[in-house]
Design a protein around this ligand. Structure first.
Ligand code: C2G
Length: 132
C-alpha cells in the first residue's frame, strides 16, 4: 500500500518556505495530497483576501513535482474528513501549528516540521510594498 501524506496551507505569494515544507512532506511517503485553503476560509481566518486567488494558488501547487493531488480546503473543521477521504497515513504541518492537530493521531501519524526561517508571505508583501 502506498503511504499517503496530506498537508494544508494557503500558499499565497508562493515562496521557498512553501516549497521546502512540500518537499519535506513528500519525502515522508509515496504520494502527497495538498489541501489549499479557499479564499473564503482565508478571509475568515486572516481578515484579508489572499493576493492570488484560490484557482491560481491551486494551479501553482498542483504543478509542483512532489505533489500528486490538490483539493480546496473549505474549512478548518473538516480536517478529519479530508484525512479520511484522501486515505492519508500522515498529516504534516509547519511547526507554527505545533500541537494543534494532535487530536488526529487516532487516524494518522501527525508530524510538525520546522518552518524555513526568515521568509513569510506577510514579510514579502511588506518588502514589496516598501520598495515601490
Ligand atoms: N511554511 C514554512 N516556512 C515558512 C512559511 C510557511 O514551513 N517560512 C509552511 C507553514 O508552516 C505551512 C505551509 O508552509 O505548513 C503553508 O503556510 P501558509 O500558506 O501560511 O498556510 P497557513 O495559513 O498556515 O494555512 O488548515 C491549515 C491552514 O490551511 C494552513
Amino acid at each position: 500500500m502506498p503511504r499517503t501524506v496530506i498537508t494544508f496551507g494557503t500558499f499565497d505569494v508562493f515562496h521557498v518556505g512553501h516549497l521546502r515544507v512540500i518537499e519535506r512532506a513528500a519525502a515522508l511517503g509515496d504520494r502527497l495530497v495538498v489541501g489549499v485553503s479557499a479564499d473564503a476560509l482565508n478571509l475568515r481566518k486572516k481578515g484579508r483576501e489572499p493576493v492570488f486567488s484560490q484557482d491560481e494558488r491551486l494551479a501553482i501547487v498542483a504543478a509542483l513535482k512532489p505533489v500528486s493531488a490538490v483539493f480546496v480546503e473549505e474549512s478548518l473543521e473538516q480536517k478529519r474528513d479530508y484525512i479520511l477521504e484522501h486515505g492519508a497515513d500522515v498529516l504534516v504541518m509547519g511547526d507554527d501549528w505545533a500541537g494543534r492537530f494532535d487530536e488526529f493521531e487516532d487516524v494518522c501519524e501527525v508530524v510538525y516540521l520546522p518552518r524555513t526561517p526568515a521568509i513569510s508571505t506577510t514579510a514579502l508583501i511588506e518588502k514589496i510594498a516598501g520598495s515601490v
